[in-house]
Every structure is written in structure tokens, then in C-alpha cells.
Design a protein. Structure first.
Length: 165
């Protein structure tokens, strides 16, 4: 029997977590009014996560055991550690900046700036990539903002700049 690769272990962990989360939805209190149970949307999200985790598991099992070649290429020392983990560090740092500027910029402008900057940092800024990053940021963040604000009536943080809406 061959060893599982890291992706298979993570997929199994996600499946176990999905099972625990789904089981915990049965403890959500159902009020006496309304048609839809409050546990309905969490269950839909958990079912989608479970389905994606099964796909992840099957793909990782199909790939077979992993090799340690990626860790062997890493340079020693703090510089090597930073180079190896630079993308997650950039993601967390930019997300922290987004959270810190959320009261000032609001969810729309801050979200646009966060997604655009993150795409530029991870994907590069050469050629037509700036236009592509701007368009994708506008469509995804702007679309979600419109859906939540006008479609679902959710009050999102407006910030100081865009408080008219």
C-alpha cells in the first residue's frame, strides 16, 4: 500500500471537517415562523464544500504519492524561508491591510483595491495584465457588492469615501 500524498491528507481532513460542520447544523434552532430553516444555507455551503473535497481527494489519489523535490529546492536560512512562503505572506499581509482600511475605504473600494493588488502581486503587472486584473476585480467584487447590497439587502461597511450608497 502506497503512502498518501499531502493533498490526500488535506482532502480527508476537509471531509471530516465538513461532516462535523454538517452534523452541527442540526443544533441550529428552528423558529416558529418562516418557511425556510435557518440551517438551510449553511447546509448548502457545506454540501458544496464536501463535493469539492471529494473531487480534491480523487484527484490527489489519482496523482499518487508526492516527492520531496519542492522542499529540496528551498534555500537555507530566513531568506530561503521567506522566498518559499512569499505568496502566502503577501496574501495575509494584503488581507490585513484590507481589514485595517475597511472602516475608511469600505467594502466596495477596499475589496476592489485588495483583489486588484493581490492579482498584481501574484500574477504580475506586465502587458495587458493590468487591464485584465482591473476588469476581473470590478466584475467579481462589484458584482458581489451589487448582489449583497441590492439583491439581498445586506448592509455592507460603506467607509468614509463611499458613504452615499
Amino acid at each position: 500500500m502506497s503512502r498518501l500524498n499531502k493533498d490526500a491528507v488535506i482532502a480527508i481532513f476537509l471531509l471530516v471537517a465538513s461532516g462535523i460542520l454538517f452534523w452541527s447544523t442540526f443544533s441550529i434552532r428552528t423558529p416558529d415562523y418562516g418557511v425556510l430553516s435557518p440551517a438551510a444555507w449553511p447546509r448548502v455551503i457545506i454540501i458544496a464544500l464536501t463535493l469539492l473535497s471529494f473531487i480534491y481527494l480523487f484527484q490527489s489519489l489519482k496523482a499518487g504519492p508526492s516527492t520531496a523535490a519542492a522542499d529540496a529546492d528551498r534555500q537555507p536560512g530566513i531568506r530561503g524561508w521567506f522566498i518559499y512562503w512569499q505568496n502566502p505572506i503577501y496574501c495575509f499581509a494584503l488581507f490585513l491591510a484590507y481589514l485595517l482600511t475597511l472602516p475608511i475605504l469600505g467594502s466596495l473600494i477596499g475589496g476592489l483595491a485588495f483583489v486588484f493588488t493581490l492579482m498584481c502581486v501574484l500574477g504580475g503587472i506586465s502587458g495587458n495584465k493590468l487591464i485584465l486584473h482591473a476588469a476581473l476585480s470590478l466584475v467579481t467584487v462589484g458584482g458581489m457588492w451589487v448582489i449583497f447590497t441590492y439583491g439581498l439587502g445586506v448592509i455592507l461597511p460603506p467607509g468614509i469615501i463611499f458613504s452615499a450608497f
